[in-house]
Design a protein around this ligand. Structure first.
Ligand code: NDP
Ligand code: MG
Length: 386
């Protein structure tokens, strides 16, 4: 049997390790030909996974860690590489299925490379679509790459749309847990710490997306992600707070019917779906016990406490490069919040200031104009913080 060639970009992160867990359970190196695994700082984790899955190449994004990676891989057949160019080369290695799970805009260029490959691109790195949605979709179409969402909400929408006609879709309803501060007043949100923001009530995720969930910037990114993935108009995308995180999202049709996809809050559901599509795998996730849950709650989000949602609407109206600015400014504001130099609510003010200051109407023509706009937004926010 020909083995399926697999690459995992961001293999040491939360999504990356969940992906590797599914690969291991499905037979690991016996079943798959693992091409490239990439990470950044977690050299021990990267080397361990690369040895276990007999990867062809392991790449750390940090060139200063090449020596450590070489040491950690000594005696194995895995090639050790480091640095941004090596990361792009690894993403460009032919693979049948690639998981894009690097965090933030750092994932954009490698994801674009993987999109040029053909095969299937499972996308967790929503920032790629937020920063360069049109470019990424065009690249996938050009290379005949199948783009599958690995974000739980978008996997839910994708599943609800199976066999349906897009022309009969009226709206999509993206659910949001509301994060750790969903019941806080604006006053209470003023002084929250990074530790409090990182403690998500339902999902176990990386640091950046946990903070984005607390501020609802994650939902802002997901609105933009949905627009590109499903070719939606801004008015067709709604957000609904659903604290149990069981309904992962819904699709409403022209006849008033609504399809919802439900499951436990475990990312292996969405990742497993993308890995096995069009089949449904047997997954080791908890089964939902509705009798125990008893209720599922829904509530409208409050844009006064979560201004990120209003900023997303602005970006949906403005187009592509505004997404680049929103994401870059948000990442820089978050660094400021983590360094305790920026208050929790001030993150949205900084993003709004960057959207006001930078000329970002319209779609980018190429990747370098996206990267330039990303850099401009970052330096704008850094200046504001200092
Ligand atoms: P993590 O922070 O847990 O992992 C990020 C991964 O990216 C790690 O492998 C990390 O390496 C690597 N990395 C960090 N910085 C760089 C860089 N500059 N260049 C290259 N690689 C880098 O993030 P998550 O797994 O939580 O999230 C990954 C992506 O998936 C994000 O886009 C997120 O929005 C999305 N996502 C995540 C969900 C979740 O449940 N976690 C749900 C839906 C989407 P190392 O750890 O070795 O430093
Ligand atoms: Mg999500």
């Amino acid at each position: 049997m020909v083995k399926r060639r697999i690459s995992v970009l961001g293999a040491t992160g939360s999504i990356g390790t969940s992906t590797l867990d599914l690969l291991d359970r499905a037979g690991g190196a016996e079943r798959f030909e693992v091409v490239a695994l990439t990470g950044a700082r977690n050299i021990a984790g990267l080397a361990q996974a690369a040895r276990r899955l007999r990867a062809k190449v392991a790449v750390t994004a940090d060139p200063a860690r090449l020596g450590d990676l070489r040491d950690a891989l000594a005696g194995s057949d895995v090639r050790a590489e480091a640095g941004p160019e090596a990361l792009l080369d690894a993403a460009a290695e032919p693979a049948d299925w690639t998981m894009s799970a690097i965090v933030g805009a750092a994932g954009l260029a490698p994801t674009m490379r993987a999109a040029a490959n053909g095969g299937t691109l499972a996308l967790a790195n929503k920032e790629s679509l937020v920063c360069a949605g049109r470019l990424l979709l065009d690249e996938c179409a050009r290379a005949r790459t199948t783009l599958l969402p690995a974000d739980s909400e978008h996997s839910a929408i994708f599943q609800c749309l199976r066999g349906e006609r897009l022309a009969e879709v009226e709206r999509v309803i993206i659910t949001a847990s509301g994060g750790p501060f969903r019941d806080f007043t604006r006053d209470q949100m003023q002084d929250v710490t990074p530790e409090e923001a990182m403690a998500h009530p339902n999902w176990d995720m990386g640091a950046a997306i946990s903070i984005d969930s607390a501020s609802m910037f994650n939902k802002a990114l997901e609105l933009i992600e949905a627009k590109y993935l499903f070719d939606l108009q801004a008015h067709q995308i709604e957000v609904l707070v659903h604290r149990q995180s069981i309904v992962h999202s819904m699709v409403g049709f022209t006849d008033g019917s609504i399809m919802a996809q439900m499951g436990p809050p475990d990312m292996r559901g969405a990742i497993g779906y993308a890995l096995n599509y069009p089949d449904r795998p047997d997954l080791p996730v908890e089964r939902v016990d509705f009798a125990k849950l008893a209720t599922l709650d829904f509530a409208a989000p409050d844009p006064d406490r979560f201004p990120a949602l209003r900023l997303a609407e602005r970006v949906l109206a403005a187009g592509g490069l505004a997404g680049t600015v929103l994401n870059a400014a948000k990442e820089e504001a978050m660094h400021g919040f983590l360094a305790r130099r920026v208050g929790f609510l001030s993150m949205a003010d900084l993003v709004e200031g960057a959207l006001d200051a930078l000329p970002c109407e319209g779609e980018p023509g190429d990747l370098s104009s996206v990267l330039e706009m990303d850099a401009a937004a970052r330096s704008h926010v850094r200046e504001q913080i200092s």
